[in-house]
Design a protein around this ligand. Structure first.
Ligand code: ADP
Length: 519
């Protein structure tokens, strides 16, 4: 299959969260299965043009009744198979993307022209296909920034070279929808009938993700449990109705893990490799971690680790909220070390620094540090993730692979990846709780710490059990291929039915167009 990914993020070029990891790793896994995969992303200011190749000429993109002009650069995705590389195409528009920040900056978290920037990008994806004379079987959009891709396909470009193209939209986080003033709709160049018919309208505002949900041939999110949660009012962020409406074509597919990067047997960021059969490297990582944070190097004291965006979604209010969160009493009452790596909301960064100065067994590093994140996963005894909601979650999967039983709230992808500890049998891979309250976090951390001191054999067995998990992307990529096939088969069946019922209104079959398979 020819698959075009349209995304605002892809590692190693642009990342704010798990979306970037997923897009690149899925693309590479699909290429390894033999599919032809290309990725389109904006060229942000931080992406150096120097090592990239420029496509000849400029590219005109029709938006809002006129044309925007941009350049296109490309390169091969690092880590993709040499015989079938994933090509990454950068849409280079200086005014929209030649600035610091992907969606915004600390002082302007959501750029005022974001609806224009990403409308332009979504439309540019199709122009790119014309420019490289390559027309995909599947366009796969991700989250609100490229949610207009399925809309353009459905309402503006269904005929011609994209006649057989199907669209898929993956929701990585329903909490971000791209909701803006409806005046921005003009910029799409679509008729106002589409504003209502296409599902853009949202309490008289413009909702880009909602339009994508209405238009994509197939939808998915990144775990089965989160898929179910988003169809209910409590987890649906006001889009539970549209998602229920699309439920026949909406599913959950768990993200995988890039096992070349996250693998304790060949991780260059940890002092010594380790595996389920040979855990001495884990003890070395723990000693190194304690040393890094200036804690006493005591192998018998359990270390609780955490790596997170410091935002309400991750349960940081219940853990670190001043005078409310349970982190202080956890550290005061339990013989543990607690280490945190994170960046995000200013109040929380400040509170982490304050806790570090008040508690001898609590340490935090503020910032985004890839290398340290590996050491925390490897050197901790438990990994804490009290998420309010979690579409998939990567850190709990990393911690399982690194023999670090996670302590998690029973929500979304955490339900699909962690099995709760059973005191009677010693079964399970982690510790789970239901209520997002400071008390529940306190109790569950206390439960894990109790097991650490009193049921050592259970913890050892849990570590090893967790390390056996197969979170490879290959498994998930095959499910995406099934979804693509499903979208293609169902669509042509629907077109045939439409043609049989109303031959005049059905799309006319065009004479075959010359389509070189490679640019
Ligand atoms: P989300 O995408 O909601 O932030 P995930 O658990 O799915 O959460 O993915 C987060 C990714 O970002 C993981 O790879 C995690 O290790 C990484 N990460 C988050 N914060 C930091 C940080 N401060 N330093 C290093 N890596 C981080």
């Amino acid at each position: 299959m020819k698959i075009l990914m349209a995304s605002s993020e892809a590692v190693p070029f642009a990342k704010t969260g798990g979306l970037a990891d997923a897009v690149s790793a899925l693309s590479i896994a699909l290429a390894k299965l033999g599919h032809e995969v290309k990725i389109a992303i904006p060229r942000y200011y931080n992406v150096d043009r120097e090592p990239l190749t420029k496509l000849e000429g400029e590219m005109g993109v029709p938006v809002g009744g006129f044309e925007e002009w941009c350049a296109v650069y490309y390169t091969n995705m690092p880590g993709s198979p040499t015989k079938n590389p994933v090509e990454v195409f950068f849409i280079d528009h200086e005014i929209f993307f030649g600035r610091d920040g992907i969606y915004g900056t600390p002082s302007e978290p959501d750029f005022i022209d974001n609806p224009r920037r990403f409308t332009f990008f979504s439309r540019a994806v199709f122009q790119l296909c014309h420019k490289i004379r390559w027309f995909p079987d599947v366009v796969h959009a991700h989250d609100w920034p490229s949610a207009l891709v399925p809309v353009y396909l459905k309402y503006a470009l269904r005929n011609g070279p994209f006649e057989k193209t199907v669209s898929v939209l993956t929701i990585h986080n329903l909490g971000y929808q791209g909701v803006y003033h409806k005046d921005n709709f003009h910029y799409t160049g679509l008729g106002w009938n589409v504003f209502y018919e296409g599902g853009f309208e949202d309490w008289n505002m413009l909702n880009l993700l909602k339009a994508g949900i209405y238009s994509a041939d197939r939808l998915n999110t990144v775990s089965e449990t989160y898929c179910e949660e988003t169809k209910q009012q409590a987890g649906g962020f006001r889009l539970d109705g549209p998602l229920r409406y699309r439920s026949a074509n909406y599913r959950g597919i768990l993200n995988g893990v890039d096992t070349d990067v996250w693998n304790p047997q060949k991780d260059s960021y940890i002092p010594k490799p380790f595996s389920a059969g040979e855990l001495s490297g884990k003890a070395a990582a723990k000693a190194e971690l304690q040393k890094f944070f200036g804690l006493a190097q005591d192998p018998d004291v359990p270390v609780i680790g955490m790596i997170t965006r410091l935002t309400g979604q991750k349960g940081v209010g219940e853990l670190f909220g001043p005078g409310y969160g349970s982190a202080y009493s956890i550290c005061r009452d339990m013989n543990i070390n607690f280490v945190v790596l994170g960046s995000g909301e200013a109040w929380c960064e400040h509170e982490l620094q304050s806790l570090s100065s008040r508690l001898s067994n609590f340490r935090a590093v503020i910032g985004y540090k890839e290398e340290l994140s590996h050491l925390i996963e490897a050197g901790s005894d438990f990994f804490l993730m009290p998420s309010r909601y979690e579409p998939c979650g990567l850190n709990q999967m990393y911690s399982l692979i690194y023999g670090t039983p996670p302590i998690v709230r029973r929500t979304g992808g955490l339900v699909d990846t962690v099995q709760n500890y059973d005191e009677a049998t010693g079964g399970g891979t982690g510790f789970m709780f239901d209520d997002l309250t400071p008390q529940a976090i306190y109790n569950t951390v206390g439960w894990a710490v109790w097991a650490y001191y009193n049921r050592k054999e259970h913890i050892d067995a849990m570590r090893k059990r967790g390390m056996q998990h197969d979170f490879s992307w290959e498994k998930s990529a095959k499910k995406y291929v099934d979804m693509y096939k499903d979208a293609g088969v169902k669509k042509s069946a629907a077109q045939k039915t439409a043609a049989a019922i109303a031959p005049d209104s059905a799309p006319k079959k065009k004479t075959a167009e010359k389509r070189p398979s490679k640019k």
